[in-house]
Design a protein around this ligand. Structure first.
Ligand code: FMN
Length: 170
């Protein structure tokens, strides 16, 4: 897919087909996350990739909005050091950059993605095994959409450009 098409085709998918993502595609998606920019190039992320069905089902219970993780082909957990006072915004921004980078790479391959926040950090730690000084910022479920393939969306559910964009001054 062209980059512009991948950007327009990405949408949050919550129902996935029962079909694995080829390992080489998954590796490319993860590499896109690894290549994301971060504040002072700190690269605060680690990615825990889950494909086992039982583990996905448990991971889907870490947040009331995480149910779609259970049916994903793979879910990438974005893990980072517990931030120092006042640094949380920076770390979350960096994780967001990594998330978007891997989601666009996924869309380029026809692989859909979703998001989920994480509510219960202790449960996430139990399922994923990350150390005490880390937290799980987000989950990015991946897989092929159950409904229809990714295609550029002509009219996205977004505020109008004229409302969002201010030129020279607000
Ligand atoms: C920071 C962040 C957290 C999100 N958390 C959740 C979540 O916990 N569960 C969920 O189903 N979707 C979650 N979403 C997905 C948003 O609801 C989705 O991106 C938004 O509705 C736009 O969807 P669309 O891109 O398909 O139009 C999250 C998105 C972001 C950026």
């Amino acid at each position: 897919m062209e980059t512009w098409d991948a950007i327009r085709a990405r949408r949050d998918v919550r129902q996935f087909a029962d079909r694995p993502v080829p390992p080489a595609d998954l590796d490319r998606i993860l590499d896109a996350g690894r290549r994301a920019p971060s504040s002072q190039n700190t690269q605060p992320w680690d990615f825990v990739v889950v494909t086992e069905r039982d583990r996905l089902a448990k991971l889907a219970t870490v947040w009331r909005g995480a149910g779609h993780v259970a049916g994903s082909a793979a879910t990438v957990a974005l893990v980072a050091p517990v931030p120092a006072e006042g640094r949380r915004g920076q770390v979350m921004f960096d994780l967001g950059q990594a998330a978007m980078s891997l989601q666009i790479a996924a869309a380029d391959l026809g692989v859909a993605s979703g998001h989920s926040a994480v509510g219960d950090q202790e449960l996430a730690r139990e399922v994923l095994g990350f150390p005490e000084d880390r937290f799980c910022g987000y989950l990015i479920p991946l897989g092929y959409p159950a409904d229809r393939p990714l295609r550029p969306i002509e009219r996205p559910d977004r505020r109008a450009a004229a409302d969002v964009v201010h030129r020279e001054r607000w």
